[in-house]
Write a protein that binds this ligand. Structure first.
Ligand SMILES: Nc1ccn([C@@H]2O[C@H](COP(=O)(O)OP(=O)(O)O)[C@@H](O)[C@H]2O)c(=O)n1
Ligand SMILES: [Ca+2]
Length: 497
């Protein structure tokens, strides 16, 4: 026993052996980490793509989505890669020359073809969903709406993608998919609580959709979802004709009716347009919609004259809501069942565009009303000077649109100054626009499973961090062991010397 240290000290291979073992040990650890990292990270992130065309009443937008090829069932994975606004009017605007509807989509579809990698084209689904503009055209002229859909279908089929159909979606689908979109993007679908209600304002319809704990009294307004293992009872309603462009017609028609017979030159004084605003318009532009009934003298013109009075505008806009005749315990308007609004809401599309233009998105309800009153009373000349780059047709309508939005939310949906702060006016969540298109695609590609998908217990980043930590720990322990192992040898050598 006593001569053992002496034997070790005399062995000339002892030191190189320790070095050799240590080097092997370090190489082993480094290799382990490297293999772990390489094995678990795809060298090139592979993406898949999907295209949805939102054929709205006022215009068409083409949305391109992308997601990592291997993770399509995880929430938050699908993101908007690009959005393209089709030039010109919405497809329902081509009812008299349907072929132009398809042609109008070409510039945005060419762009989609150029930005999606070629090898992915054949597997990239393309969906077109048409909303309230086409619903109205179908009511007015079913043959024309059919021709428009055929025209867009013909053009979409000429692209190298996987064409999946062009159809008019229902108001209920529009509301439900808008709700899915905002909650998918908000990542609230994994936790059963705290979903975001969805408020969508278009040109020809508006949708309200939210999870309600109250009794659903009307089956038409109730949808049950099972998503990622959670059940949701969702209230939804779409008001056809209550998009901002159709309500402008409805409210103008209300102003025209009492005056049109009295005089030869018909002057319609409108509190929702600025003082000094004066425009010749024809009846056709107001009474050409199935939303506006009653009077029709297409040949007649009228002078649309602004008087800029917020209070009177509010009173005029209120007239488009029918508050009598609710056959349920509680209604929004026009006899439609709606439980009390609950929770946080995301208000997007024209809700956002208008409120953002008017700088009202962060104000309280009372402040918003006051600011809007001042804006409406501002002379038209000054408004034009302040916004030289905004098209006059759109600029002229913001007082009306802002008043309609506040009236719809307060008098229609029954929001109050107490829960006004629960409405968040949003355009995007992350990089993706809020709207029905993403939810529509997620549903049609089965990317939202009913049950929660199995996921690795650790995300990739956590896995790598743990591997590195363990490797460093083993390395340190190894070095420590070497040191301990060498110490008695060193002391024994000293003793011998
Ligand atoms: N930058 C923009 C884009 C659209 N908009 C308006 O947002 C609305 C979009 O409606 P839409 O074309 O989706 O119509 P729906 O079919 O959804 O009713 C229209 O009233 C547009 O005028 C806006 O105010 N500002
Ligand atoms: Ca829309």
């Amino acid at each position: 026993m006593d001569d053992q240290p002496e034997m070790k000290a005399k062995n000339p291979w002892h030191r190189p052996r320790i070095i050799f073992i240590t080097v092997l040990f370090v190489i082993g650890i480094v290799s382990m980490v490297a293999i772990g990292v390489v094995q678990n990270k795809p060298l090139h992130q592979k993406y898949k793509y999907g295209i949805v065309l939102d054929a709205g009443s006022s215009h068409t937008s083409v949305y391109i989505y992308q997601w990592p090829a291997e993770k399509e069932n995880n929430t938050g994975m699908v993101q908007q890669m690009d959005a393209c606004n089709v030039p010109g009017v919405g497809i329902s605007g081509y009812s008299t020359e349907p072929n132009r509807a398809g042609d109008s989509l070409k510039s945005c579809m060419d762009k989609a073809r150029s930005i999606i990698p070629n090898h992915r084209h054949p597997e990239t689904p393309v969906y077109l969903g048409a909303t309230a503009g086409m619903r109205l055209l179908e009511m007015k002229n079913a043959a024309a709406s059919e021709k428009v859909l055929e025209s867009v279908e013909r053009v979409l089929q000429t692209y190298p993608f996987s064409y999946q159909g062009a159809r008019i979606i229902s108001g209920q689908e529009e509301g439900a998919f808008g709700w899915i979109t905002v909650n998918y993007l908000n990542e609230s679908l994994r936790q059963a609580s705290g979903t975001l209600g969805a408020l969508d304002l278009g040109g020809a319809s508006t949708q309200i959709t939210f999870v309600s704990g109250q009794k659903q009294e009307s089956p038409d307004n109730s949808i049950d979802f099972r998503l990622y293992g959670h059940d949701y009872h969702v209230y939804t309603h779409s008001f056809l004709c209550y998009g901002k462009d159709q309500v402008l017609k409805l409210s103008l028609a209300n102003e025209i009716r009492p005056v049109h017979t009295k005089t030869e030159t018909i002057v319609v004084e409108d509190p929702c347009f600025h003082p000094g605003y004066r425009m010749n318009k024809n009846f056709q532009s107001v009474f050409n919609s199935p939303c506006v009934t009653g009077l029709s003298y297409p040949e007649k013109n009228f002078v649309h004259m602004g008087s800029g009075n917020g209070t009177k505008c509010h009173a005029a806009v209120r007239k488009v809501f029918n508050d009598s005749g609710c056959s349920y315990s509680i209604c929004s308007f026009n006899g439609i069942f709606q439980p009390r609004v609950e929770g946080q809401f995301g208000a997007f599309s024209a809700f956002f565009f208008v409120m953002d233009f008017l700088n009202l998105t962060t104000l309280s309800l009372d402040e918003a009303k006051e600011e809007l009153g001042k804006y409406c009373a501002t002379p038209w000349e000054i408004i034009k000077q302040n916004h030289p780059n905004v098209k006059e047709k759109y600029l002229a309508e913001y007082c009306f649109s802002g008043t309609y939005i506040l009236t719809l939310l307060e008098d229609g949906y029954n929001f109050t100054s107490h829960n006004w702060q629960d409405i968040k006016f949003i355009k995007k969540i992350g990089n993706s626009d809020a709207g029905w298109t993403l939810g529509y695609m997620l549903n049609l590609t089965n990317m939202i499973p009913a049950e929660s998908p199995d996921t690795p217990p650790l995300p990739y980043g956590g896995y790598v961090t743990l591997m590195v930590l363990f490797a460093v720990m083993i390395l340190l322990l190894g070095l420590l062991a070497c040191k301990v192992f060498r110490r008695p040898t060193g002391s024994a050598q000293k003793e011998i010397i």
